[in-house]
Design a protein around this ligand. Structure first.
Ligand code: OTU
Length: 647
C-alpha cells in the first residue's frame, strides 16, 4: 500500500510517463493545451481511485495506460461543438442549478413512436417549458422482455425500431439549440444476456466470462445470498440465475436476463468508460447512472453502497471531466436516505433523484399530515451548495417507502407499520382511500412491497371519475398540482413524468401483453395519448385543469431567479397539515395537504421570513391579506416580498 504522499508522487510520475503518448495523437495546439491542463487537474485523483480499486493487480499500470488512452482517444473524437460546450460549462459550473431548469422524462416509443417523432414534439416540450429531457433507455435490447430498455445489448446502437445513433446525436444538437439538455441512462451495473460480451462469455471465452460474475456451483451464491436484498422477488426471485450453456450461476441482481458486470475486473471499468464517453460525444449532457448502489460486491455484505461503488463513480467523474466535462452524472439510488446522500458531490454525482421527498409527498397526501415529510426534509434536504436534487413525484418505476425508520421513530411513527398502512392506502384497501394503485413485488418474508400507478390515479382521479364525484375529481386535481408545486419551488431540478401534465391515469392493458404482464410497473407506462393532450387548451377539461396551472407554475419558476439554487429550509408551520419552507431566504411557500381549510399563524411566518412589510403570492398574483394565512383545501402559496404595505 502506498501512503497518500507516495500516491501523489506516483500519480505525477505516471502522468509524466504517459503524456508523451499524446505526441502520436492528432490534436490542435489549443486542444492539446486544454487536455494537458485537465489531465493535470484530474488525473491524480483518477489515479488514486484506480489504485484503491485495482492497485493490487499485477497489471495495474497496463490498465491505467488503457484508461489514459481511452480518455485521450474519446477526447480527440469529441465534436467541436461539444468541446465548446465543455468550455462554457467549465466557466459556468452552476448551470444546472438555475431557475430555468425544468425536467421531463418519457419513453421514445410510447411518447412519440421514434426519435423522429420526438423531434416533431419539440414544440410541446417548449410549450410546457422543459429545459431537460430524459429519454428512457433507447438502446438495442433483446426481443420481448427488456425491462423497459434497462437490459442493454449494445450501448452504441439505438434500438432500430426507434432510430439511429446519428439521429440521436442530431436530436441532441437540436434540443440544445432550443435550450434543452438531453439526459440519457447509463445502465452500467449490468448488460443484457445478448450483449456481445455476454455472447462471447457464452461461447466459452474466459476473458469475457470474467466481465460478469459467474460461479460453478451454489457454494458462493448461497453465502452471498444470506445478506442480499431481493429486488424483484416476484418476477425474478433470488440474485443468481443458472445458465445451462455456461453450466454456471450468473449474478443477476435484477431480472434473470440482466447480467451484473464485474467491476473487480479493471477491463470492465475501462470498457464501460469507453461506452460512457461515446455517449457523451453524442451530446448527452446529463448521464443518469442507473442502480449505482449495486456495482460492487463483497462477500459478507449486502453488496449495496460499498465504498468501492463510490470509488468507481468518482473515478469516472474525474475521467469525464478530462474528456467531456459538459456532461454531469445523476445518481439513481433508491435506498436509505443516508445512502442516497452519499453519492451526491461535485466529485461524484452532482445531481441525484430525491426519492425520500418523492415518497413522503405521497405519504403526506395519504395521512393529510406533513410531520414526517417536514421532519425528514429538515434533516436531509441540505446537500453541498454546488449540487442539486432532482425533485419528482412520479417516474417510470414503483414507489418504495424508502424513508428512514429512525426519522419516523423520532416523531413517534413506527416505520414498518406505517409502510403497511401506506401500501394498504395506495392499493385502495384502506377505508376511505382515494388512491387506485397496484402492488409491486410483495416479499412475504420481509412483508416489503412497493406501489405502482400513474400520479393522477394515485391522487384519486380514477376513483373520482368512476364515482362521478365532482369534489373527488377536484381534490384529485388539486393533489396533483399541490405535489408538483413542491417539486417546482423547493431547491433543485423539478422533473415531470410526461403524461402527468395531462392527468394520465393507469392503463391496465399491459395484462394482455405477455412480456409485460408480470411487471406491474407497466400500469404507469401507457402510450402518450395525443388526443387527450389536444384538450389541454380547454380549461374546462381534465387535461386543461392540470396542464394550464402546471404550465403557469413552470413559467413563474423560470422567470424568477428566487427559485435558483438549493437553499431550502423546511420549518414547522404550527399546523400539522401545512408544509412550509423558505427558499433562498426570499420565497416562503406553504402547502396545505388536507382536504379542509387550514390556517397558519402570521406570527409563525414572521419568525422565518418577515411578511410584515407585505407579501405577494406569485401563484395568484395577489397581495397577502393581513392577519393569519388561510389556505383552501390543497391550496399552496408562493410568497415573496411585496411592494406595498399590506398590514
Ligand atoms: C432501476 O431501478 C431502473 O430505474 C429500473 O427501471 C430498472 O428495472 C432497474 O434499475 C434495473 O436496471 O429496482 O424498482 O433499489 O435503486 O436501481 C426500481 C433499486 C429498481 C433501485 C433501482 C431500480
Amino acid at each position: 500500500m502506498l501512503s497518500p504522499e507516495q500516491l501523489t508522487h506516483e500519480a505525477g510520475k505516471t502522468l509524466r510517463r504517459l503524456l508523451p503518448r499524446l505526441d502520436s495523437v492528432k490534436l490542435k495546439k489549443r486542444e492539446r493545451a486544454v487536455l494537458v491542463q485537465r489531465l493535470e487537474d484530474q488525473f491524480p485523483r483518477a489515479f488514486a481511485l484506480l489504485y484503491a480499486l485495482y492497485g493490487d493487480q499485477y497489471d495495474f499500470y497496463y490498465h491505467v495506460q488503457q484508461t489514459f488512452d481511452a480518455v485521450v482517444r474519446l477526447y480527440q473524437q469529441r465534436p467541436a461543438a461539444l468541446k465548446e460546450l465543455d468550455a462554457q460549462r467549465e466557466s459556468d459550473p452552476a448551470w444546472f442549478q438555475g431557475e430555468r431548469m425544468v425536467g421531463g422524462v418519457c419513453y421514445v416509443d410510447l411518447f412519440a413512436g421514434d426519435l423522429q417523432g420526438i423531434r416533431d414534439k419539440m414544440p410541446y416540450f417548449e410549450e410546457l417549458g422543459l429545459t431537460y429531457l430524459h429519454l428512457m433507455p433507447l438502446f438495442a435490447v433483446p426481443e420481448g422482455k427488456s425491462d423497459g430498455g434497462y437490459a442493454v445489448s449494445d450501448f452504441r446502437t439505438v434500438n432500430p425500431a426507434l432510430g439511429t445513433m446519428a439521429q440521436l446525436a442530431d436530436l441532441a444538437a437540436d434540443l440544445r439549440a432550443r435550450g434543452i439538455s438531453l439526459v440519457l441512462d447509463f445502465v452500467f451495473n449490468h448488460t443484457s444476456d445478448e450483449h456481445v460480451w455476454a455472447k462471447k462469455a457464452l461461447a466459452g471465452d474466459a476473458d469475457y466470462q470474467d466481465f460478469y460474475r459467474m460461479f460453478p456451483d451454489r457454494a458462493l451464491p448461497d453465502q452471498y445470498s444470506r445478506h442480499l436484498r431481493e429486488i424483484f422477488p416476484e418476477q425474478s426471485p433470488g440474485s443468481f440465475t443458472w445458465n445451462a450453456t455456461l453450466g454456471k450461476w450468473v449474478w443477476t441482481t435484477f431480472n434473470h436476463f440482466q447480467w451484473d458486470l464485474n467491476y473487480a475486473n479493471p477491463a470492465v471499468f475501462t470498457a464501460m468508460l469507453e461506452e460512457m464517453l461515446f455517449l457523451a460525444n453524442q451530446g448527452v449532457e446529463v448521464l443518469r447512472l442507473d442502480a449505482v448502489a449495486f456495482v460492487w460486491k463483497q462477500l459478507g455484505t449486502t453488496c449495496e453502497n460499498l465504498p468501492q461503488a463510490h470509488q468507481i463513480i468518482q473515478a469516472y467523474n474525474a475521467l469525464v471531466r478530462i474528456a467531456a466535462p459538459a456532461m454531469i452524472f445523476k445518481s439513481e439510488a433508491i435506498v436509505h436516505p443516508d445512502n442516497v446522500a452519499s453519492y451526491i458531490s461535485s466529485d461524484e454525482c452532482p445531481i441525484s433523484y430525491n426519492p425520500t421527498m418523492m415518497a413522503l409527498l405521497w405519504e403526506a397526501l395519504a395521512t393529510r399530515e406533513v410531520r414526517l415529510l417536514r421532519h425528514s426534509m429538515s434533516k436531509r434536504f441540505e446537500i453541498a451548495p454546488d449540487c442539486a436534487w432532482v425533485n419528482y413525484v412520479r417516474v417510470h418505476d414503483d414507489i418504495g417507502w424508502s424513508f428512514a425508520d429512525e426519522d419516523a421513530a423520532e416523531i413517534g411513527i413506527n416505520g414498518f407499520d406505517h409502510r403497511q398502512f401506506l401500501n394498504q392506502f395506495y392499493t385502495g384497501q384502506f377505508p376511505g382511500s382515494f388512491a387506485t394503485g397496484v402492488p409491486f413485488n410483495f416479499n412475504p418474508i420481509t412483508r416489503d412491497m412497493r406501489i405502482c400507478g400513474m400520479g393522477a390515479s394515485l391522487a384519486g382521479l380514477e376513483q373520482g371519475i368512476a364515482q362521478e364525484n365532482a369534489t373527488y375529481i377536484e381534490h384529485a386535481i388539486r393533489r396533483v398540482l399541490l405535489i408538483h408545486s413542491v417539486i417546482l419551488s423547493a431547491g433543485g431540478i423539478p422533473l415531470i413524468y410526461l403524461g402527468d401534465e395531462i392527468a394520465t391515469r393507469n392503463d391496465y392493458r399491459y395484462h394482455d401483453v405477455p412480456q409485460k404482464a408480470d411487471d406491474n410497473r407497466w400500469v404507469h407506462r401507457p402510450a402518450f395519448d395525443w388526443a387527450r393532450a389536444d384538450k389541454r387548451h380547454d380549461a374546462s377539461t381534465l387535461e386543461g385543469r392540470v396542464f394550464q396551472p402546471l404550465q403557469r407554475l413552470i413559467q413563474i419558476r423560470k422567470s424568477n431567479p428566487v427559485f435558483a439554487g438549493n437553499r431550502t429550509l423546511f420549518f414547522d408551520t404550527g399546523n400539522a397539515h401545512v408544509l412550509g419552507y423558505v427558499h433562498n431566504r426570499q420565497l416562503l411557500a406553504l402547502a396545505n395537504f388536507s382536504d379542509f381549510e387550514q390556517t397558519v399563524s402570521r406570527a409563525v411566518l414572521d419568525v422565518y421570513w418577515p411578511t410584515a412589510g407585505g407579501a405577494v403570492d406569485l401563484v395568484t398574483g395577489t397581495a397577502l391579506a393581513a392577519g393569519d394565512v388561510r389556505l383552501q383545501p390543497y391550496q399552496f402559496v408562493w410568497l415573496v416580498a411585496g411592494d406595498t404595505d399590506a398590514s
